[in-house]
Write a protein that binds this ligand. Structure first.
Ligand SMILES: [Zn+2]
Length: 198
């Protein structure tokens, strides 16, 4: 059964559907077909194109009178919801957020030479939240010890901040489905950013 990738109005993948439902949505004017070059086709355009082309990666549906190419990607014309998610406070996200720099001296380090620092130490009630967490190199960390920056006479050259919210990727691909090459540019970020299945 051919799966069709469903994008929202902003070309962000939202789900997978069957070719039957994809064609139905197209026919009802609720979706357009999208090709690899980001061109869109409404039902009429797609129908006409289907009569002209001889090959289509996902094949054709034939009736007695006409054929219609099975789309690989459709976009929903009226669905523009984007779900955002707060970035998780993980070591990796923190390091990446601060560009692998120590927020006290501003220099860049490899991960082994960086630490997570609570600006207000945990022992003093400092929370593990984005606005109280920065990266620090081992020597700055040592110098600061269990004190606030003021007490240690240190200044943050990079202020704590929270990363941008990210688009929530609801789609998780089952590893045994065949992923058409046309989907690639729409799902690349999903491949890299989806939480791995347990
Ligand atoms: Zn440092």
């Amino acid at each position: 059964m051919t799966q069709v990738l469903v994008l929202n109005k902003h070309f962000i993948p939202v789900s997978l559907t069957s070719w039957k439902r994809a064609i139905k949505l197209l026919f009802l004017g609720r979706a357009d077909v999208v090709d690899e070059e980001y061109r869109t086709y409404d039902f009429k355009d797609w129908f006409e194109l289907s009569q002209m082309i001889k090959e289509n990666p996902a094949g054709f549906i034939y009736t007695a009178k006409f054929k219609i190419a099975v789309p690989e990607i459709i976009s929903l014309k009226f669905y523009d919801k984007i779900q955002f998610e707060e970035p998780q406070l993980t070591r990796r996200n923190v390091y990446e957020h601060y560009g692998y720099r120590c927020c006290y001296c501003g220099k860049k380090f490899t991960t082994e030479k960086l630490n997570i620092d609570h600006i207000i130490p945990r022992s003093r009630g400092g929370k593990t939240e984005w606005d109280n967490i920065v990266t620090s190199c081992i020597s700055c960390n040592f110098k600061k010890a269990n004190r606030t920056p003021q007490e240690a006479g240190m200044k943050l050259v990079i202020s704590p901040s929270k990363p941008q919210r990210r688009i929530k990727l609801a789609l998780v691909f089952n590893t045994n489905i065949r992923i058409p090459s046309s989907w690639q540019k729409f799902i690349d970020h999903i491949y890299w950013d989806t939480e791995l299945e347990k």
